[in-house]
Design a protein around this ligand. Structure first.
Ligand SMILES: [Zn+2]
Length: 333
C-alpha cells in the first residue's frame, strides 16, 4: 500500500499546484479586464494635454497622464481599499454640469466638462475616503474644540526613520505611514525631510496663536497663524517641514516635495499666488495628507491647489439632493 500512498501524495501536491496556476490565471485575466475598462473610460491624452495647457498656474506639470502605479506596495494597498465597495458614492458623467464650482476657477470647470468620464473615474475613490481626511478646515470652516483624531501615533515610536525636531510629533497612523514612505523616497534622492511640527490640539493652537498676536500684532499674526479650531494641524494629518520659514521655498527639500509629495498623498496647503483664496501666506513647508486618490484628483483637475479641491468637495457634498454625486457618510463639513 506504500506505493499507493506515495502516488496519492504526489497527486495532492500536483492538484494544489494546478489550482494555484488556475487562480493566478483568473486573477491576471480579471486585472487585464479592469485595466482595459479604465483605459476606455479615460479621454484621449491629447484632449487632457490641451486642458493642462490652459492651467499655467499649476505648480507641477498639469499634463494629464493615466493613473500611475502607486510608488510602493503599501501606498498601493491604500489606494485600492479607497474604492468604495458598496458603490454608494456616485458620480454621473452626464450631470457634471450641475456641480457647484465653489472656489474653482472657470478653467477647472471647463476641464471637468471636457473630460467628465475621466473626472468621475478620478473622483470615485476620493468619495470613498473618510470624511475627516478631506474635511475643509480654513478660516471659515473650523473644528470643534474637542475634535481629536482617534488613531494618533508617536512618529518617534512608530517610524524611528523619520527625522524629527523634538521627538514629540504625532500623526494619524495612515498619515504617519505615508510620511515614512515619502521620507525614505526623498532620502534615496539625497534629500533629508525633517518634521518640524505635526499634530496640534485645540489648546496648543490657541496658545500659539496668542503668542503670534502678542509678538507681531493681530494683522500680521492672522496672515500666518490659524486661530484655534481653524488649523489643519488639529486634523493630525498635517506636517510642517524644517526649517519653517519663507526660505524653505528655496531649499532642495521644497523642490523635491513640489514634484513628488502627491505620489505619497501629500499636498501643499498654501501655495504662492493663492493667498486671498486660502486666507494664508505662502507656506512652502506646510503639507497636508489627503491620500493618493485625492492628491491625484487635485493635480489633474484642480491645478494642484488643495483649497480649490476641498471647497469643491465641500460645496457639492452639502447638498444631499445633488444628482451629480453624493457622499456616502454625510460628506466633509
Ligand atoms: Zn503648518
Amino acid at each position: 500500500m506504500r506505493w499507493f500512498a506515495r502516488i496519492y501524495a504526489i497527486g495532492r501536491v500536483a492538484g494544489r499546484r494546478a489550482f494555484a496556476a488556475l487562480l493566478i490565471g483568473v486573477v491576471t485575466v480579471a486585472a487585464l479586464a479592469i485595466a482595459v475598462r479604465s483605459e476606455s473610460n479615460g479621454p484621449s491624452r491629447a484632449a487632457s494635454r490641451a486642458g493642462g495647457a490652459r492651467n499655467p498656474e499649476s505648480a507641477v506639470s498639469a499634463a494629464a497622464r493615466p493613473l500611475p502605479a502607486a510608488p510602493t506596495a503599501r501606498a498601493g494597498r491604500a489606494a485600492r481599499t479607497a474604492v468604495d465597495p458598496a458603490g454608494e458614492a456616485s458620480c454621473d458623467p452626464s450631470t457634471v454640469d450641475r456641480f457647484r464650482a465653489g472656489d474653482t476657477t472657470e478653467s477647472t470647470m471647463e476641464r471637468i466638462r471636457e473630460s467628465p468620464r475621466r473626472f468621475c473615474w478620478s473622483l470615485r475613490p476620493v468619495l470613498a475616503e473618510s470624511d475627516d481626511l478631506l474635511r475643509l478646515v480654513d478660516r471659515d470652516h473650523g473644528l470643534e474644540p474637542g475634535y481629536e483624531p482617534t488613531d494618533l501615533v508617536s512618529l518617534a515610536e512608530a517610524h524611528p526613520e523619520i527625522p524629527l525636531r523634538t521627538g514629540n510629533e504625532r500623526l494619524t497612523a495612515r498619515a504617519a505611514e505615508a510620511l515614512a514612505d515619502m521620507v525614505l523616497a526623498a532620502e534615496r534622492d539625497g534629500i533629508e525631510l525633517m518634521v518640524s511640527s505635526a499634530y496640534r490640539d485645540y489648546e496648543t493652537q490657541r496658545q500659539l496663536h496668542e503668542y503670534w498676536i502678542e509678538r507681531l500684532g493681530r494683522t500680521m499674526a492672522e496672515a500666518l497663524s490659524a486661530p484655534a479650531g481653524h488649523s489643519q494641524h488639529q486634523l493630525g494629518t498635517t506636517v510642517d517641514f524644517a526649517p519653517v520659514g519663507r526660505r524653505f521655498g528655496e531649499t532642495p527639500q521644497a523642490e523635491w516635495l513640489e514634484q513628488h509629495a502627491w505620489r505619497y498623498g501629500f499636498s501643499l496647503s498654501y501655495p504662492e499666488g493663492y493667498e486671498t483664496m486660502t486666507g494664508y501666506n505662502y507656506e512652502p513647508w506646510h503639507y497636508r495628507y489627503v491620500g493618493f486618490a485625492a492628491a491625484y484628483l487635485e493635480r489633474e483637475f484642480f491645478s494642484s491647489v488643495q483649497h480649490k479641491m476641498l471647497t469643491f468637495l465641500h460645496e457639492n457634498s452639502r447638498d444631499r439632493r445633488s444628482v451629480a454625486f453624493r457622499f456616502h457618510r454625510g460628506g466633509p463639513r
